[in-house]
Ligand binder design. Sequence first.
Ligand code: GDP
Ligand code: MG
Length: 437
Amino acid sequence: LTGKIQDALRTINGKATITEKNIEDAVEAIKMALLEADVNLRVVRRFVNSTIEEAKGERVLRSVDPGQQFIKIVHDKLVAFLGDAKQDLNLKGPDTQSVILMLGLQGSGKTTSSAKLALRLKKEGRKVLLVACDLIRPAAIEQLSVLGSQIGVPVYKEEGAKDPVKVYKGALETARKNLYDTIIVDTTGRLQIDQEMMTELVRLRDAAKPDELLLVADAMTGQSAVDIAKAFDEQIGLTGVILTKFDSDTRGGAALSLKTITGKPLKFVGVGEKPEDFEPFYPDRVASRILGMGDIVSLVEKAQQVVNQEEAAALQKKMLSEDFTLQDWLDQLRAVKKMGSLQSMLEMLPGMAGQISEEDLNKADMKTQEAIICSMTKKERENYLIIGPSRRARIARGSGTSVAEVARLLKKFEKMRTMMKKMAKLGKNPKAAQAMM
Ligand code: GDP
Ligand code: MG
């Protein structure tokens, strides 16, 4: 998907003047790319029409940088089509039981996503009970049990059970007795929509009165994910969608169609097979991904608001280069201070989300870091390896910190450099970089 769109954008980007014909050509290329990516035809038409309308406005044609204006419009339109920012789950307080029903076809990733969601909610401080209500496939209960023990979340199961409603009732009783506040129910899927499955799920829904009915849909199935979502929504009712296998190449298309056609919010995306490979759905990131610019672009955009354009370009280049120094870090710390939220900035970097702890983001900590680097000589900033014990002691005195704090900073810098190097390598290998994102 991304290659074609990038080509189209490249032809238009950087042009000092663009004509209506330029815009039409670029939109046509985007249209073909979206269709090829299996985005629903109706969605493509709506997207294209509204983009052309806005792009042909005076604002773009007369602006100083029409190419960039155009790209921004395409990007913003994509975001609008993809839906609102991060959608939280509607769960009740901890004094009672919230129920989440996981629905979807066989192989879509229900069991895996149940565990991923359980881990996430557990980290948020909820007390989660997983319930094995897929009674058709004998291996399903075992699969959930294994995942449960991996993430340290208990799994409620009944050996030889035939009726998922009965299993659910047993689980609810257990949850009440042991004060679990969140029940995640893994259900049966079929290879196709079939009436028997729907009937069973309707019974389960009526018994459980879930707070969330989440469809688990496979991003790789593209357009058919939309038909599946429609069927589930009509027969059972959905509150949201989890899009799995977003780490595969064919992402984007399904997300765009799903939201536009079903109107159901995309709440999470699965980005790998491990329980940690799970993220909230951020429309602007996905839009950037569809446009093939990656989140680096939004990071730089943000930087541009405060740092000037050249500085931002240099910063981006530096961050991804292999000779990232302490001086660069200092520059970065100062830029970040101007920018405000370090968290949101770092989260835009591929591979960075989740790797930076709360402590790293502490404002006071940033100040200390700045002080320490400022107490270093130019040479030391350029090559941290020369900073031995006596230099550390001097730096600590100069910055009003301790040797331990200096050591900690150097350690952190080393870790950062390793990460940057990894990213730089990925940058040279776009496929790997995408997989990481
Ligand atoms: P279910 O039949 O709906 O319960 O599907 P499973 O949870 O058993 O998942 C089916 C397969 O898809 C398994 O091999 C999972 O490891 C894999 N899978 C699930 N989610 C993801 C994901 O987000 N990314 C990748 N790469 N694989 C996934
Ligand atoms: Mg399963």
